[in-house]
Design a protein around this ligand. Structure first.
Ligand code: ADP
Ligand code: ADP
Length: 228
């Protein structure tokens, strides 16, 4: 499903953010990516959706080698991978409904079926009644729910999240985690970079720890392993 083979990433400033990453993530897995700030977690995640290209090595998503994917094919990759960010990245001039509909890659889709799908994901995140609101009228937790709805509207096999609870209070963070659990239970693979020790040590899943551009730990049902 997701495979990295001898992947290296060296930024132009000389920093080695990925030093021989070799990992295999199977369909339906839930994987936490942990490690200190600057360790290489975001780089690991960005390479999966081609926001960054590896300097060396290969990355396969659903059997497709995305390493040398043509720019024109990147939208097709993005349709199979949902992405959720710490700061939500909703479009402030669009309504909640429009933010999600916009993300739906529409190929000769009947308007009725588009609306059905958007309302379906809004229902899943519990915010159907906020469809007409603007993002800045919502709480942080609600905005993250909308960005999660947006990430799954194309029914991707994989959802990648970079510190999705980083801007949220503990209670809201747990609600957001329950949503990811639900999405994972329905069969979607989840890869999540996080600093949330409590969550990693409570909702147990595979843990990949990165330090200084090196994968130092990869455990099924692992622990967070850092003090803060
Ligand atoms: P993390 O997500 O674990 O905090 P990152 O993947 O963001 O780590 O960064 C890993 C290392 O690569 C850090 O030393 C960071 O400063 C460096 N880095 C990240 N992005 C860039 C970039 N675009 N250009 C140069 N160096 C970068
Ligand atoms: P349901 O009856 O399934 O709840 P509604 O038609 O009542 O769906 O729509 C729920 C919300 O979604 C309403 O606030 C509506 O304005 C909004 N909405 C529905 N379709 C669109 C659209 N195409 N563009 C913008 N908002 C929409």
């Amino acid at each position: 499903m997701i495979q990295m083979k001898e992947v290296y990433k060296r930024y132009p400033n000389g920093i080695m953010a990925a030093n021989n990453f070799d990992i295999h993530i199977k369909p339906g897995e839930f994987v936490y990516v942990v490690g200190p700030s600057g360790a290489g977690k975001s780089t690991f995640i960005k390479m999966m959706y081609r926001e960054e290209k590896p300097t060396k090595g290969n990355i396969l998503i659903n059997g497709v080698d995305i390493t040398n994917l043509k720019a024109s094919r990147v939208p097709y990759l993005r349709r199979n991978i949902g992405v959720v960010f710490q700061d939500f990245k909703l479009l402030s001039r669009l309504t909640v409904y429009e933010n999600i509909a916009f993300a739906l890659e529409v190929i000769e889709e009947h308007p009725k079926s588009i609306k059905k799908r958007v309302m379906e994901v809004l229902d899943l995140v519990g915010l159907k009644h906020k469809a007409r609101m603007m993002p800045d009228e919502l709480s942080g937790g609600e905005q993250q729910r909308i960005s999660i709805a947006r990430s799954i509207v194309n029914t991707p096999k994989v959802v990648i999240a970079d510190e999705p609870t980083g801007n949220l209070d503990p209670e809201t963070s747990w609600e957001i985690m329950n949503l990811f659990e639900e999405i994972n239970t329905r069969g979607t693979t989840i890869v999540m970079a996080t600093h949330n020790r409590e969550i990693v040590n409570t909702i147990r899943h595979r843990v990949i720890a990165i330090e200084n551009g090196l994968i130092v730990r990869d455990e099924a049902r692992g622990e967070y392993g850092y003090e803060s």
